[in-house]
Write a protein that binds this ligand. Structure first.
Ligand SMILES: [Zn+2]
Length: 419
């Protein structure tokens, strides 16, 4: 197994910073261990330990709270997990070989918690429970690490609960947050002020293609195409390279521009796009929903015949309702994510038309529809291509701002047709 940072594509600067911090964290632990040894039964005032710990320069070394920022697919959670592994690594380097690295990368380390929100937001109850558990002593003797993916989806109350923990962190607890940016919409100013920020950039297509070939064994020409079509999103590139269904969905989206021949066609295209997103989302959540419900019903004693079982089931109605609520919110999120991927593909097409109209010396995003984008560039000119690109981006922004997706997509399709 290679070094834990190996899959962090095109993020050399961030990797240097994280390696340095992991080394500093290991030094803190070593100093702490030495202090415990020297503080014998006669001289245990703890001063040696204090000196050793405060002797580490916090600005160059380790800190309790971090935010990983970057565009979707840049590897925020990959970076957070790799850093967590480096913190648990017995060598303090993220060697990729030791039990600390292995268990963290395999998601079985008892001192590393990954919080992956499934609904549209992370609630206060979930956060309080997490903060409480994070305060316990690390069982492996190193650090308690809490990774919060999509920290931008924290509710305000959950953010406050987290802030309290970050303001007075337990000595061995580290919080790693992932968010698109440090904009106040994504992360509160007060949380931001307590964290060190690690900015990740959109990895270049060549770096994405390289990792697909090396790690996933994908043929170089396919990897190149997928990396370009995915616009720097590593996970999406891998799916496009491997999953024929994902390729089919992308082709359907990229067929939209040539199908917009009139008002009726524009509404049809809107329906098709919405329904495709719904179908994709359903496929992704149905299995998890069924498994969860079955597990909960078993835990609650469904199928039992005694009087006790019936009573327990009545009392359990509330828990089932709670589960249904969570599943509904997860389905909504999956739909939005699917629709957003489609819009990003579509934006790539009009961006290609725009760069061709401007004769800009840049490679197209979608090599397979480059000819179509070229024809669009001729017909619309740069202004028309830019207006269409803006219509797609406005649709994304509207959905982000909670406009009903169907209405936003219909408005976009009409704008794309009219130009
Ligand atoms: Zn290791």
């Amino acid at each position: 197994m290679p070094d834990v940072f190996a899959d962090l594509v095109g993020q050399d600067e961030a990797v240097v910073e994280l390696r340095r911090a992991a080394a500093a964290a290991a030094a803190v632990l070593r100093a702490g261990a030495a202090a415990l040894v020297t503080a014998g039964p006669n001289g245990g005032d703890g001063s040696a330990g204090d000196d050793a710990v405060t002797g580490v320069d916090p600005s160059a070394g380790m800190t309790h709270a971090w935010i990983f920022t970057g565009p979707p697919g840049s590897g925020r959670s990959v970076a957070a997990r790799a850093f967590a592994a480096a913190l648990q690594c017995v060598h303090g380097t993220g060697c990729g070989e030791c039990p600390g690295c292995h268990t963290t990368m395999g998601a079985t380390n008892a001192d590393v918690r990954m919080v992956v929100p499934e609904g549209l937001s992370i609630g206060v109850g979930e956060m309080r429970a997490l903060v409480l558990r994070a305060a316990s002593t690390p069982s492996g003797g190193r650090w308690q690490v809490v990774v919060i993916e999509d920290a931008d989806r924290l509710t305000e109350a959950a953010g406050n609960a987290l802030l309290k923990a970050i303001e007075e962190p337990p000595p061995r607890t580290v919080f790693l947050l992932c968010a698109p940016s440090t904009h106040p919409d994504d992360i509160s100013v007060t949380i931001r002020s307590r964290c060190r920020v690690v900015p990740l950039r959109q990895p270049p297509a060549a770096a994405v293609a390289e990792v697909l070939v090396r790690r996933d064994g994908i043929a170089p020409d396919v990897a190149q195409w997928a990396a370009s079509a995915a616009q720097g999103h590593v996970g999406r590139a891998r799916r496009l390279a491997r999953d024929p269904e994902a390729r089919k969905r992308r082709e359907a989206v990229l067929a939209v521009p040539r199908r917009l021949t009139g008002v009726g066609a524009a509404f049809d295209a809107a329906s098709a796009l919405i329904e495709a997103a719904e179908a994709e989302a359903e496929a992704s959540v149905t299995e998890a929903d069924t498994t969860e419900r079955a597990a909960l019903e078993t835990a609650l004693g469904a199928g039992g015949t005694g009087r006790g079982a019936a009573g327990a089931l009545r009392g359990a109605a509330g828990q089932l309702k709670e589960l249904e609520k969570r599943q509904k919110s997860r389905a909504t999120r999956a739909q939005r994510d699917a629709l957003d991927r489609a819009l990003v593909d579509l934006a790539g097409f009009y961006r290609d038309a725009l760069t061709m109209a401007l004769r800009a010396p840049v490679a197209p995003v979608h090599t397979d529809t480059a000819a179509l984008a070229g024809a669009g560039a001729q017909k619309w000119d740069a202004d028309g291509a830019l207006r269409r690109l803006e219509a797609v981006l406005a649709c994304r922004a509207a959905i982000e701002a909670n406009v009903k997706p169907r209405i936003a997509v219909e408005a976009m399709m009409l704008a794309l047709w009219k130009g």
